[in-house]
Design a protein around this ligand. Structure first.
Ligand SMILES: [Zn+2]
Length: 107
């Protein structure tokens, strides 16, 4: 797969119904003991630094808008800094999430 193909957005991948379903799955997994154990370790997947579980966010390795799914092997803990950096690299995802996702409050 070339870089161009990687950045091409497949309309099937960005189908709002699919994104909604995958976000719901992610939300469910966020409540699971599997995820709680993961963030209890406190390690950011990207920088490898340690953080309090509260500061780690759930990140999709392959963004949903690029065909990623909310499965355990596509979800990793990321610190806010890495999450923000990743977003800068993927402005399309940022745009999509602004359009179709309201800010989540899990507190
Ligand atoms: Zn990090």
């Amino acid at each position: 797969m070339s870089d161009d193909e990687y950045f091409f957005l497949n309309p099937e991948h960005t189908d709002p119904k699919r994104l909604k379903k995958e976000r719901e799955k992610a939300r469910e997994l966020r409540q699971s003991s599997w995820w709680k154990q993961k963030i209890a370790q406190g390690l950011c997947h990207y920088c490898g630094r340690k953080f309090p579980p509260k500061e780690l966010t759930m990140d999709h390795l392959v963004p949903l808008a690029r065909g990623g799914t909310s499965t355990k092997n596509n979800l990793v803990p990321a610190c806010k800094e890495c999450n923000a950096k990743k977003k800068l690299k993927t402005p399309v995802d940022e745009l999509l999430s602004q359009i179709s996702q309201k800010p989540e409050n899990d507190e």
